[in-house]
Design a protein around this ligand. Sequence first.
Ligand code: TXA
Ligand code: MG
Length: 316
Amino acid sequence: MHRIETSRLTADHAGIARAAELLRAGELVAFPTETVYGLGGDARDGRAVAAIYAAKGRPSFNPLIAHVADVGTARRYVTWTEAADKLASAFWPGPLTLVLPLREGHGISDLVTAGLDTLAVRVPAHPLAQALLAAFGGPVAAPSANPSGRISPTTAAHVHAGLDGRIAAVLDGGSCGVGLESTIIGLNGDPALLRPGGLAAEEIEAILGRPLARHATGDAISAPGQLLSHYAPRGAVRLGASAAQGNEVLLGFGPMACDENLSASSDLTEAAANLFAALHRLDATGRPIAVAPVPDHGLGAAINDRLRRAAAPRDS
Ligand code: TXA
Ligand code: MG
């Protein structure tokens, strides 16, 4: 791939204006959201969207999330439902993605949807993401801003380490507060949890007043991009560890001796925010990683989902 210079844009008016101008020119810009950094391109421009897949080295056309400024904009692209209204009122802007049927005349590139008749939409809460969407004035397709299969980025430095030379710019907004990708809910049928994420499934069920359908991984109905091996560090990952063995470094949870602790006070929100940055640091040691157990409720379900994928057998 032809290398280009990746510029670092600052979190001010000039940086946001430049980022919007690059998006309008069909270029790719990584930007912070409250979950992880996204690799943004104009969702209506097939060439820009194709460039996202190329920059990430994404092996196949997995559908992408369209990021929009507000509910009104989302409704231009998808058929709205009562459940969508309840969830958007409760949780947007925020770490929630809704999958809904595409509307006639939507104008979104089919590379975004990978040819499906549904679109994943999200209104991010991060002030820089909001400012960028307002300045750009259109839908922004954005997967996480990491090379395909690697650990997701929660700082601008993570993005530079993975994608320098492949994208036009990174808008630097410091660390992401939530630290896990958005929770994805399918609403083109009975409400279903397609990907656990930064908003606990229990909170969504409380607003809907009913349990979410949960599809097993690998189920054709679940988020098609949920590959089993993902978020992979270079070394092996062993889960459920009570101590490091041999050469391993230990990723802890709760009060314990370890190399990195997700949360010494056993706080799942703090653990979510620390997860990817801790994995990046342990990965840099080049040693295998042992991981202490994390409780499986609330945000712990999403943390364990990411850890299982990090530990899964790799294709390559
Ligand atoms: O927090 C996030 O969601 C971040 C930030 C940047 O917003 N984005 C993100 O995108 O995690 P990505 O591409 O890494 O994950 C998008 C997921 C994939 O698993 C994909 O299969 C699923 O969304 N998806 C997208 N469109 C879909 C659709 N129409 N139906 C079902 N799943 C869909
Ligand atoms: Mg991703």
